[in-house]
Write a protein that binds this ligand. Structure first.
Ligand code: SAM
Length: 307
């Protein structure tokens, strides 16, 4: 098992440490956005990955780092996996906008371009929170490309282990109106107690009818060592120096659904199996994918009205 290389107050840009994971996800989005059979439409991912400038991540975006004889790492499976994920979180925002929620928060926004590519209702405000260097980079590259946000975008460089609610309020967040929050690909990079603190803060800042969406992992579920080993081999094969499992915070953590459920949220889970079926994709024919098909997926929480 990899030893974690994380420590309190560590920082990064988009080429290093946890920042490179954001660029890697954007590379998958760039790949899935290509060609006549594109599964998603993220028109900015490719330019962002190229601007970061890390060779193996550019090769990922170009489809040159897929492994065709691997049931999960071949191009088709990789693009389907990111399509399921991207469409899920896109739908969270689209449905919230349809239901009149005008305040959105993207926690750990990385190279997420939803504030630039989605069609937001008039008056919508989208807050983005991530490490300062990550926020500055994306804002600069998008401006250099001449791309403007399609909502009022308020980008905040802050560490999500720190007092980010204060920074959010200072930037005009209104805790009296319902909010739609997403934390896509974030929680495993937070220490377990910082995850709890983050969920407490989201709860405290969420007016009735607010929504919060993130990945789902069943209580007690952990990543098997075989997965860690597999990822290491993949990294070595594509020439990446990122040891992904070493960026995670290990140790027991509360299951998000249980934690929020006990704090007045109504929980809805879409398992990986259900998510794939909803998109018309087959689950990869792979032992690990099968193992995770019912115990992992996506979660939406809705803040109940006060009784
Ligand atoms: C896997 S990436 C996901 C990015 C984006 N949500 C997406 O799905 O494309 C993880 C993101 O979490 C951010 N992150 C992790 N821990 C953080 C922390 N303590 N403070 C601020 N951002 C953090 C990283 O900077 C990175 O952008």
């Amino acid at each position: 098992m990899s030893e974690s290389i994380r420590y309190d107050g560590d920082t990064w840009d988009l080429a290093s440490s946890v920042g490179a994971t954001a660029t890697s996800v954007a590379a998958s989005r760039a790949l899935a956005s290509q060609g006549p059979d594109a599964l998603i439409h993220d028109p900015y991912a490719d330019a962002l990955v190229k601007a970061v400038g890390v060779d193996y991540l550019i090769r990922m975006a170009n489809g040159e780092a897929s492994i065709e004889d691997d049931p999960m790492l071949n191009r088709r499976r990789m693009t389907e996996q990111i399509a399921v994920r991207t469409r899920f979180f896109d739908d969270v925002f689209t449905n919230a906008a349809r239901d009149g929620i005008n305040q959105a928060v993207i926690l750990a926004s990385g190279l997420d371009t939803r504030a630039y590519r989605m069609s937001w209702p008039a008056g919508a405000v989208v807050f983005e929170l991530d490490q300062p260097q990550v926020i500055e980079f994306k804002s600069r590259v998008m401006a250099d490309q001449g791309v403007s946000p399609t909502a009022e975008r308020r980008a905040i460089g802050v560490d999500l282990r720190d007092d980010w609610p204060a920074a959010l309020r200072e930037n005009g967040f209104d805790a009296n109106q319902p909010t739609v929050w997403i934390a896509e690909g974030l929680l495993i990079y937070l220490p377990p107690e910082a995850q709890d603190r983050l969920l407490d803060s989201v709860t405290a800042l969420s007016a009735p009818d607010s929504r919060f969406a993130t990945e789902y992992m069943a209580a007690g579920m952990t990543l098997p060592d075989s997965w860690r080993e597999r990822f290491k081999n993949y990294s070595a094969r594509i020439g990446s120096d990122i040891d992904l499992p070493a960026l995670f915070y290990d140790g027991e953590r509360n299951a998000v659904g249980d934690y929020l459920g006990e704090r007045g949220w109504r929980i809805n889970v879409q398992t990986t199996r259900e998510s794939y079926a909803a998109n018309g994709f087959e689950l990869p024919d792979d032992e690990m994918a099968v193992e995770f098909s019912d115990s992992a997926g996506y979660l939406t929480a809705t803040r109940a009205r006060a009784q």
